[in-house]
Structures are given as C-alpha cells and as structure tokens.
Design a protein around this ligand. Structure first.
Ligand code: ARG
Length: 460
C-alpha cells in the first residue's frame, strides 16, 4: 500500500517500484522517523488537530515501535513499503487504526526526510567526534612514548633534517585539531529543524515550529520552507570535513607504511595488527594502514557524488535527493571506523630508536647546520650555503659524513671554520637550535606535547 494511491488507476510496475523504493537503505532512519513523528504528534495537539487522548495513543504506538526496532533494527526490511516514512505510518495504522491516519496532517515526507536525516547525522557525528578524540589521544600517547627518539625528516622523500618522532606525531594532532573544528562548525550550522515546512511551501496548520524544533533538540527552526526541504548543505559540509580528515589519515598511513618498510625500518608493527602473505613466509604487511589509505578514496568519492547529485537541482525537493543517503551512510561509517581503527592500532606501533637515529645521522642532514655555523661566524647565508654544499661534495666523494672531514679539509673551503664546528654538527646541537615556536627542538616539542595534552584535557 503506497501513501499516494487515490489519483492512480493503474498498478505500479514492479521494475519502477524496485527502482523507486528506498526502504532497503533508509530503514536506518527508523528511530529518527519515530522521534520526529512523536514530536509532530505533540505539535498536532497544540495546533488543535488531535486531542490529548489521540496524541497519547500515537505516542504510545510510536514508543512501542521504537522498542521493537531496538530489538530488531532490520524489522522494516520484512515489508514491501516504499520507504521508512510509509513503513512507520503503516505499522502505526495496523496497530491503532484510524487515529494513525491523522499523523501525517500538515507534514510531508519532504520535511520529514530532511528532519530524519539531520537527526541521524547529528547522532553519527557524535560517534565520529568520539573516535576523532580517541585518535588524537592515541597520537598524544604515541608522542609521549617516543620521548626523545629522533628520526629523519623528509622533503621530496629525501632525507632533509632530523626531527623528533614526537614532532611527527604532533603534526597529525594539529591536523586532527583542525578536523575537529570543521566537524563542530558543521554541526552548529546544521542545527536547524526543517519539520513543519511541509512539502515545500510551509504547513497549513497552526504549529509553533520553534517549540517543535526544541522538542527535537535543535537550536533553531529553518527559516525558509523551500530551502528547508531541499537543503543538504550539511551533507556536503560533513562529507568535505570527512574527506579532509581522511586525507590526513591517509597521509599518516602512507608515512607509517614507509616507516615500517625494510628500507626505512623506523617503526615496527605489532603482530596483532599485521597480516602475512599466503605465499611468502617472511612477509609482515601493514594492511591496516593500506586500508585506511584505501578507505580515503572511497570517502572522497562520496563527496564528489553528493555534489553531483545536488548540482543543478531546481527548488525545492526532487527525488534525486533520495540518492543522498547510501553514500553518506557509508561515508559516516567509514570515517568513524577508520578513526577508531587508528586509535586501536597506534599502541601496537613501536619506534626502532637505533635505526631511526642511524638514519637521521645519514644523508648529510646536518648540512644546514654547517651553513648556519658559518653564518654564526659572519658569513652571509648564500655563501655559507655554497661552502656547506662544497663540503658535502667532498665528504660524499669520500663516502664519509660531514663530521668525519678533517679540520684541514674544512678550512680549505673556509677559514672561518675552526674546531668548534664539530660539536655544532652533532644531531643534538642541530635539533636544539630549531627552538623557535613550532620547531623540533626537544624542549619545544615537549612543550608542544604538554600544551596539546592540556588542550585535550579541557576538551573532554
Ligand atoms: N524516500 C524519499 C527520500 O529519501 C523520501 C521523500 C519522498 N518525497 C516524495 N515527495 N516522494 O528522498
């Protein structure tokens, strides 16, 4: 039984129904549809459409349905209804009879679906937020455990300058902090209730929409009915926030995959989070980080899809909008799951301090320190860069590090160099010098870690 039989004389084609119906996926909105309906029933009393007794019957019927769904969330899938809105109404009608037929007075599935999806999104965004916080906490703990471990920092994937492992982890904390800001920001903007906007032009019944909005936990009621029923901006905003956050996750994963490679060997994956090869007995693979990288592609695809669904739609509701759900459901699930997985696997990742340090000392990553040393002796930086470059060439021809060159060899390039160059070329000296705000000097990184921890403690 459809909700719209009266003006039709022919039965619908089953092929059309299969294509048109959305119950197979929008059943996930069942609890939200019930919550919106309970609030609407209250509004109907206030508007004088139903009496208190009828409202009570509706409320009880809806509460019973919510309880049944709690036990079996897939209950709607047993029916042939078109969508979750028709399913809720038909269940209620089967139970309560004609009073249930009053529920849809003054509302439309257009304002209803817009409301349900916002309620669902708000709920799911809450678990994404929790998982994001868990991922941040795990990164802070990783930074803490790494203590003073040093590893090479890269540009162009070439060894550049040494950095603390904790500095690397805190870089991702910064990204996730911004992601949290974007999530919270989107939640504020979507905090507006479309219910009571009818099909497109507003409702004809005397309902206080602000009271209705508050009843459903919204801060505001949407101000324009045409906009309210067709606004899916929040899906785009959250999909964009998810895409950027997943991009961060993906970059972190790529770093970890490389750091765990035989070539780098900076980090080691615990057995509990690794998989092997069915053929090569020696293999231990970082599948979990590869999957995080792969899920990112999937989430980015959903962002592009929702933008394409909305682009060019005339006001107000169009059935194209039914296509907003599956991708978005999957996006929210993938986003939340990925963050939670990161939080779960990070404690199983250990830092190979010796290997990290060895690698940080290689590759002439103290060449900038040599140039800076010459600057400290009065040489202009451009010339100092040239001299340090010449010494890198000499040393690399001898397959030696810079600090293995004799003073004599160094002085052939610049007489400004004296024996105090050697302490300036140590890893510790180089790191300690990068002590301006945001630098990798251990004292600064420890300060940044403690600042991040107190930011986090205040937040939760
Ligand atoms: N299943 C629809 C959707 O998700 C519900 C709204 C249907 N409205 C309509 N006028 N056909 O968009």
């Amino acid at each position: 039984m459809t909700m719209w039989g009266g003006r039709f004389t022919e039965a619908t084609l089953s092929e059309f129904r299969d294509f048109n119906d959305s119950l197979s996926f929008d059943y996930l909105l069942a609890q939200q549809d019930i919550a919106a309906s309970r609030a609407w029933a209250k509004g109907l009393v206030q508007a004088g459409i139903i009496n208190n007794n009828e409202a009570q019957q509706l409320d009880q019927g809806l509460a019973d349905l919510a309880a049944a769904l709690k036990l079996d969330p897939r209950l709607p899938l047993q029916s042939q209804e078109e969508d979750i809105h028709s399913w809720v109404e038909s269940q209620l009608t089967a139970k309560l009879g004609s009073v249930a037929k009053k529920l849809h007075t003054g509302r439309s599935r257009n304002d209803l679906v817009a409301t349900d999806l916002r309620l669902w999104t708000r709920l799911q965004a809450g678990s994404v937020r929790q998982s994001l916080l868990a991922a941040i906490a795990a990164l802070l703990e990783f930074a803490q455990q790494a203590e003073q471990a040093v590893m090479p920092g890269f540009t162009h994937l070439q060894r550049a300058q040494p950095v603390l492992v904790a500095h690397w982890a805190l870089a991702y904390v910064e990204m996730f902090k911004r992601d949290l800001g974007r999530l919270d920001d989107a939640l504020v903007r979507m905090d507006s209730c479309p219910l009571g906007c009818g099909a497109l032009a507003g409702t004809g019944i005397a309902i206080d929409r602000l009271v209705l909005a508050k009843e459903l936990g919204f801060a505001n009621a949407a101000l324009n009915s045409l906009d309210a029923v067709s606004d899916r901006d929040y899906l785009v905003e959250l999909s964009a926030a998810a895409s950027l956050c997943m991009t961060h996750l993906s970059r972190l994963s790529e770093d970890v995959i490389f750091f765990c490679s035989g070539e780098a060997g900076f980090f080691k994956l615990g057995d509990a989070i690794s998989s092997g090869s069915s053929l090569m007995p020696q293999k231990k693979n970082p599948d979990v980080f590869e999957l995080l990288r792969g899920k990112t592609g999937r989430v980015l695809g959903h962002l592009v899809a929702i933008l394409h669904v909305l682009k060019g739609l005339p006001l107000a509701y169009n059935k194209d909008m039914q296509e907003d759900k599956q991708g978005f459901f999957d996006l929210m699930h993938s986003w939340q799951q990925s963050l939670m997985v990161l939080a779960t696997v990070l404690p199983h990742l250990t830092v190979n301090r010796e290997q990290c340090r060895k690698a940080a000392e290689l590759g002439y990553s103290n060449a900038t320190d040599l140039a800076d040393y010459l600057v400290s002796k009065g040489m202009p930086f451009r010339d100092a860069h040239e001299c340090a470059g010449e010494l890198v060439l000499v040393a690399s021809r001898q397959q030696q590090p810079l600090e293995a060159l004799s003073l004599d060899q160094m002085q052939q390039v610049s007489l400004l160099i004296s024996a105090d160059v050697y302490p300036a070329l140590t890893l510790e000296a180089g790191m300690a010098r990068r002590c301006a705000l945001a630098g990798t000097a251990p004292v600064k990184v420890m300060q940044a870690l403690s600042d991040a921890k107190s930011w986090f403690t205040k937040l939760i």
